[in-house]
Design a protein around this ligand. Structure first.
Ligand code: SAH
Length: 267
């Protein structure tokens, strides 16, 4: 059920520092239509303002900032919500699910990239533009976070349990032609054994517990970042980071978060 996303696209931003102007990577507008072209320019500016805000809020990884400057978030939400796409908001994507806030996407990506298994050898941590390794995302949703991750790591496997959203993500992502992104329709509670072991596992929905399969599919030096419901809290969630070291699993509880619920089975 795994299908790569068509032909590879050269990562034009692989070597340069954070761009001051980001050209739309997927120009859908005719250059003859100046109104539409202006609109696309406004979106690019809004995206750069989003990136500047993320940087001001403490996102330090140039690789993450550049990935978020490149991926056009407005293409992952309904056209009517496009004007809000670069605000720090979670937005509805249908089927009672939401696209995560940009700050949350950036935060989780930064945590993942700091995994020893994902750091480029010979470079200073995660600030290198391209990072080696394989990552599993649980909860593809509309595909935005998967697209950001695909700009950061070698291979991304993203599992979604809702067929309709899996199809929607596939349609959203098709024009980006990300050959290293594999979309899977499946129950993420099982992880995805075919791509294991993973240097990073990122979970975009909050459950009560961490399934054993996730930890088993994490490589030594790998990190899992997942929202987890705080016991007895009536639904409050906290971000949990699990690192696999040579001596076992190390857990760190981080800030409070708010994600849609993790559910079981395919629907
Ligand atoms: N990263 C996504 C966020 C999607 S919201 C984005 O950028 O849009 C979380 C998603 O997790 C929802 O689409 C929901 O259907 C999915 N989900 C919940 N439980 C799941 C499970 N067990 N396996 C796979 N996906 C799951």
């Amino acid at each position: 059920m795994v299908a790569p996303m068509a032909a590879p696209e050269a990562d034009r931003s692989a070597r340069s520092p954070l761009p001051t102007v980001v050209a739309d990577s997927m120009p859908m507008v005719s250059t003859q239509d100046s109104a539409l072209a202006e609109h696309a320019g406004d979106r690019a500016k809004a995206r750069m303002r989003m990136v500047e805000r993320l940087q001001a809020q403490g996102v330090a990884s140039i690789a993450v900032l550049r990935a978020m400057a490149t991926v056009e978030r407005h293409r992952f939400v309904d056209p009517g919500l496009g004007s809000q796409a670069y605000e720090d908001l979670s937005l509805p994507i249908g089927w009672e699910q939401t696209i995560s806030r940009p700050a949350t996407v950036a935060r989780m990506a930064e945590l993942l990239l700091d995994a020893p298994a994902l750091r480029l050898e010979g470079t200073a941590g995660a600030s290198a533009a391209a990072v080696a390794g394989r990552v599993l995302e649980i909860g593809t949703g509309c595909g935005y976070q998967a697209a950001v991750l695909s700009r950061l790591v070698r291979e991304v496997y993203s599992v979604e349990r809702l067929r309709a959203l899996h199809e929607k993500a596939r349609a959203n992502l098709r024009p980006f032609r990300l050959a290293n992104l594999h979309l899977i329709l499946g129950d993420g509670l099982l992880g995805y054994a075919d791509g294991a072991p993973y240097a990073g596992i990122l979970v975009a929905a909050g459950g009560e517990t961490i399934p054993d399969a996730w930890c088993q599919q994490l490589s030594v030096g790998g990190r899992l970042v997942a929202p987890i419901v705080v016991p007895g809290s009536q639904g409050l969630q906290q971000l949990l980071m699990i690192e696999r070291t040579t001596s076992g699993l190390k857990r760190s509880f981080l800030e409070q978060v708010h994600f849609v619920p993790l559910k079981s089975g395919i629907a």
